[in-house]
Ligand binder design. Structure first.
Ligand code: AMP
Length: 290
């Protein structure tokens, strides 16, 4: 299972990816988490990424691609993964296709978590992470409960708000999403990979929808056919040999006209002749007794 979860900040990609990971046993690969980890460890990459993250801007493609390439090469990603927050623009999407193509592991589906713009702000401002167990909660829509214990089995989560979940940064992140990430919807739709999940509603209901979208992973037959046709057409117009052939003049050849042969009527043998009775029913001629 190789899935990309696409959606605006706050659409629930992280929460749903965690659940899918628990159910399917494939790793969740979140570019945001990888970047936050690099920042926390103070690596060179983390230091270079921090300013963009704090401002709600995208981190440069070369840094993110280096992180993703390294993560996808680890053994646990060999049998599938859920990409969460990556790709974020067309350059990243094309790099991902190339990367996975060279590994012979194309994406099965891209799932768009669809949430109306009005709910996003509420979801983002209510989001909290537990510093101990790593679970993501939302104070408005999915607060901690008996089903989500912390590592010690209690409800004593150490809830923290991400610095970029403050209102002023959120506005910028939503604008960046609209300008740079939203075009990926058409990109993947044209490739026949897009599935849209209504991500409004409670977490369990959304997960059921996501599950059934993932079960149908892999492009529908008609979409696959369309995508193949589009690719073939694009290749044809790009091929210089074909262009040269098109422009070269070829002598006109006509097919020789064949004479139609008159159809001979075959004589029917007496034995096969059938008689028509007065009522119009065909009956075999009765055999003469020997
Ligand atoms: P997220 O946790 O996915 O909301 O990401 C948090 C922040 O990390 C974003 O606001 C960006 O600054 C950065 N980031 C995460 N993923 C990417 C990506 N694929 N490309 C560029 N920047 C990213």
């Amino acid at each position: 299972m190789r899935i990309v979860l696409l959606g605006a900040p706050g659409s629930g990609k992280g929460t749903q990816a965690q659940r899918l990971t628990e159910l399917r046993g494939v790793p969740q690969i979140s570019s945001g988490d990888l970047l936050r980890d690099a920042v926390a460890r103070g690596t060179d990459l983390g230091i270079r990424a921090k300013a963009a993250m704090d401002a709600g801007e995208l981190v440069s493609d070369d840094l993110v691609l280096a992180l993703i390439r390294e993560r996808l090469s680890r053994p646990d990603a060999l049998h599938g993964f859920i990409l969460d927050g990556f790709p974020r623009n067309i350059t990243q999407a094309e790099a991902l296709t190339k990367m996975l193509g060279s590994l012979g592991q194309p994406i099965d589906a891209v799932v768009l978590m669809d949430v109306d713009a009005g709910s996003l702000m509420k979801r983002l401002t209510g989001r909290r992470n537990c510093a101990r167990c790593g679970r993501v909660f939302n104070l408005h829509t999915s607060p901690p409960n008996a089903d989500t214990p912390c590592v010690d089995g209690t409800q004593n989560h150490d809830l923290r708000q991400r610095p970029d979940d403050r209102e002023e940064t959120i506005r910028n992140r939503l604008e960046v999403y609209a300008a740079q990430t939203r075009p990926l919807i058409d990109h993947y739709r044209n490739l026949g990979l897009l599935r849209v999940v209504d991500a409004q509603g409670d977490v369990d209901t959304v997960f059921e929808r996501l599950e059934s979208a993932v079960k149908r992973a892999g492009p529908a037959r008609s979409q696959r056919r369309m995508a193949t046709r589009r690719r073939t057409a694009a290749k044809r117009t790009r091929s210089p040999r074909r262009q040269a052939k098109k422009t070269a003049r070829r002598p006109l050849r006509r097919k020789p006209v064949t004479q139609k042969r008159a159809v001979k009527k075959t004589q029917r043998t007496r034995a096969s002749v059938k008689r028509t009775s007065k009522r119009g029913v065909k009956r075999a001629r009765p055999r003469r007794p020997k």
